[in-house]
Design a protein around this ligand. Structure first.
Ligand code: SF4
Length: 323
């Protein structure tokens, strides 16, 4: 099977994507690596820092999430941080090589209140540092998206998590369509879209392919596609799910890279359970971004720290991507 990467496609069929996903692994990685080289510098990895600016106490019921109040996971609940605290984290992240700074608040949706005003101040401050600034705040109206864009927001993260068909097995407090609606509002405001999903939720390969098709068949591909392996959090309904197989991560990353060649594909949650060699396969398959963290945490789950990540990049002959 040949892939034309001269133009971005938005008409992927289920059969076509399944046949890519199930290619013999070496063939799949070779094809994805070839596409990757046509669109990106293969020795560059974007380093992003993710800071939880408001942690826990979320009213939603996402079955994988330790921040959902109803699961009583062992996390430290934290009200919205002061602007200065966030800006000093952003400054430190920049000094340690990050070019993208993402702020996450465990909210169902944004409300037009003083907390949102504070987020706007954070966005302005981080933008002035010359970092790509990204937020993930839950559902967003069009006018809220416009306010964020005017403050300098570069990207908004809103993951699909899984396929439309499997969505209600994972989350019941909102619908898949709500996700699409927020993504559309973000697009209309001229903010770039960061949207991906999680594997290891108990979904089938068809669900993984369905999620990728929803992303890749959008009128504009998300500029950033995070691929997460379930981080099993004690107290959540999915705490006893099986560990995600590294080869499944490699397959989904390679498939995403082939379908959305221009996008940044971010190897996100789950790296802590992967060896350096397994992560190297993910980079070979087309991942070109990671989250790193001073606190060795990705929101409320463990993540490799900056020093370990820099040492890994050095070992693999990779370098942090400039803005
Ligand atoms: S994933 Fe987000 S929306 Fe869902 S429970 Fe966690 S913080 Fe809330």
């Amino acid at each position: 099977m040949k892939f034309s990467t001269e133009a971005l496609r938005h008409d992927w069929t289920k059969e076509e994507v399944l046949s890519i996903y199930h290619l013999p692994l070496m063939e799949l990685v070779y094809k994805a690596a070839t596409v990757h080289r046509e669109w990106h510098a293969p020795d560059e990895v974007q380093i992003a820092t993710l800071l939880s600016v408001k942690t826990g106490g979320c009213p939603e019921d996402c079955s994988y999430c330790g921040q959902a109040a109803r699961y009583h996971a062992d996390i430290k609940v934290q009200a919205l941080l002061p602007v200065n605290t966030v800006l000093s984290h952003a400054q430190k992240a920049k000094e340690r090589g990050s070019t993208r700074f993402c702020m996450a608040a465990a909210w169902r949706e944004v409300r037009d209140n003083r907390d949102f005003d504070r987020i706007i101040e954070m966005v302005k401050g981080v933008n002035e540092m010359g970092l790509e600034v990204c937020c993930t705040l839950g559902m967003l109206t069009e006018s809220q998206a416009v306010r964020l864009q005017e403050a300098g927001l570069y990207a908004y993260n809103h993951n699909l998590d899984t396929s439309e068909e499997y969505y209600d097995k994972i989350i019941t407090t909102r619908q898949f369509d709500n996700r699409i609606n927020t993504i559309n509002n973000v697009r209309k405001a001229g903010i770039t879209v960061c949207s991906g999903g999680i594997i290891g939720l108990g979904e089938t390969v068809e669900d993984r392919v369905g999620m990728l098709r929803t992303l890749a068949n959008m009128e504009t591909h998300p500029e950033s596609v995070p691929v997460n392996a379930l981080a099993r959090v004690k107290g959540t309904p999915l705490e006893n799910n099986a560990k995600v197989d590294a080869w499944d991560m490699v397959r989904i990353i390679a498939t995403a890279r082939i379908m959305m060649p221009a996008s940044m594909v971010r190897l996100s949650a789950g790296r802590i359970e992967m060896t350096e060699a397994e992560q190297a396969w993910c980079f070979m398959a087309g991942a070109n971004s990671i989250f790193t963290s001073d606190a060795e945490k990705l929101l409320v789950t463990p993540n490799p720290g900056v020093a370990d990540d820099m040492s890994m990049l050095h070992n693999l002959g990779l370098k942090p991507k400039a803005v």
